[in-house]
Design a protein around this ligand. Structure first.
Ligand code: NAD
Length: 268
C-alpha cells in the first residue's frame, strides 16, 4: 500500500487526485494539505472533493501526516512546491510534482535535490501529451528547417502562469530536435509591424478563456501544406490518473529526478 499526502488538496487538481486515489487499489490518502487561510481547513478531505467522508481532515500542517506517508503529490504554486520539496527531502519522502511555472533557479534546485531523493516532476501527466512529446520530435526532425513551427495553448481563465508548462515542454523538445537554442528562437508575442517571420522561430501563443481544461496545438507549416497535431484534455482526471500512477511508481525507483516519460516507460 502506498500512503500519500495530497498538497493543494482543496484545489481543482487536488480534488481530482483525491477522487482517483479513492477509486484506485494499492494507494491510500493519509494527509491532505492546503493553505492556512483556506476556508476548508478542518473539513474532511473527501467532503471537500465532493466524495463523502474519507477520514482525513484537511490541514495546513504537513507534519502530522508525514509520519504515515511514503509520498507527497503536490499541485500548488512554484513557491509552495519548493517549500514542501525541502520538507519531503528532510522526511525522506518521495514527491510527485505537477505544479507548473517554475523559475530557472527553482528548476536547478529541484535537480540538486533529485540527487538525494525520489522526484517525479512533469508539467503534464496525461498519457496522450507524453506520447505526443515523443511524436512531435520525430515529426520536426523529419520535416526539417523548411517548415515553420508554432505552438498554441488554451486554458481556463483562472490559470495564473503562461505559457503553460506543457507548451514550454513541447517548445523545448522541438528546439532540441531541430538543434536550436530555445532562448534565442522562442517568440511569445506578436503585435504591430513585426516584419517577416524568421525561419528558425518557434512561436508559443497563449489563449485564456472560460473553463478550457487544456488544449495544445503543434503546427508545422511548409510549402503547400501544414500539419496540426492537437491534444485536448476533456477532464482533469487524465492528469490526476497520471499523478497517482507516478506516486505508485516512484517509491520503488532509485533516487533521482524523473519525468512522466520515465513513469510511462517512453524513454529509449
Ligand atoms: P488551484 O488554484 O485550483 O489549486 C491550487 C491549490 O493549492 C489551492 O487549493 C491553493 O489554496 C493551494 N495552495 C497554494 N499555496 C499553498 C501552500 N503554500 N500550501 C498548501 N496549499 C497551497 O490550481 P490547479 O488548477 O489545481 O493547478 C495547480 C497547479 O497544477 C498549477 O501550477 C497548474 O498549472 C498545475 N497543473 C499541472 C498539471 C499536470 O498534469 N502536471 C495539470 C493541471 C494543472
Amino acid at each position: 500500500m502506498v500512503n500519500v499526502i495530497v498538497i493543494g488538496a482543496a484545489g481543482r487538481m487536488g480534488k481530482s487526485i483525491i477522487s482517483v486515489i479513492k477509486e484506485t487499489d494499492g494507494i491510500k490518502l493519509v494527509g491532505a494539505v492546503d493553505r492556512f487561510d483556506s476556508p476548508w481547513i478542518g473539513k474532511d478531505a473527501g467532503d471537500v472533493a465532493g466524495l463523502g467522508k474519507m477520514g482525513v481532515k484537511l490541514s495546513y500542517n504537513i507534519e502530522k501526516a508525514t509520519k504515515k506517508a511514503d509520498c507527497i503529490i503536490d499541485f500548488t504554486s512554484p513557491d509552495a512546491t519548493m517549500h514542501y520539496l525541502e520538507a519531503a527531502m528532510e522526511k525522506d519522502l518521495s514527491m510527485v510534482i505537477g505544479t507548473t511555472g517554475f523559475s530557472h533557479q527553482q528548476r536547478e534546485r529541484m535537480k540538486v535535490l533529485g540527487k538525494d531523493m525520489r522526484i517525479v516532476a512533469a508539467p503534464n501527466m496525461s498519457v496522450g501529451v507524453n506520447i505526443l512529446l515523443k511524436a512531435v520530435a520525430d515529426v520536426a526532425r523529419g520535416l526539417g528547417d523548411n517548415y515553420d513551427v508554432e505552438i498554441v495553448e488554451a486554458h481556463h481563465r483562472l490559470k495564473v502562469d503562461a505559457p503553460s508548462g506543457t507548451a514550454m515542454r513541447f517548445a523545448e523538445v522541438l528546439a532540441n530536435s531541430l538543434k536550436r537554442d530555445l532562448e534565442k528562437v522562442a517568440v511569445y508575442e506578436r503585435h504591430g509591424i513585426i516584419g517577416k517571420r524568421r525561419s528558425e522561430e518557434i512561436g508559443i501563443q497563449t489563449i485564456r478563456a472560460g473553463d478550457i481544461v487544456g488544449d495544445h496545438t503543434i503546427l508545422f507549416a511548409g510549402p503547400g501544406e501544414r500539419i496540426e497535431i492537437i491534444h485536448r484534455a476533456h477532464s482533469r482526471d487524465t492528469f490526476a490518473s497520471g499523478a497517482v500512477r507516478a506516486a505508485m511508481w516512484i517509491i520503488n525507483q532509485p533516487k533521482g529526478l524523473y519525468d512522466m516519460q520515465d513513469v510511462l516507460g517512453l524513454k529509449e
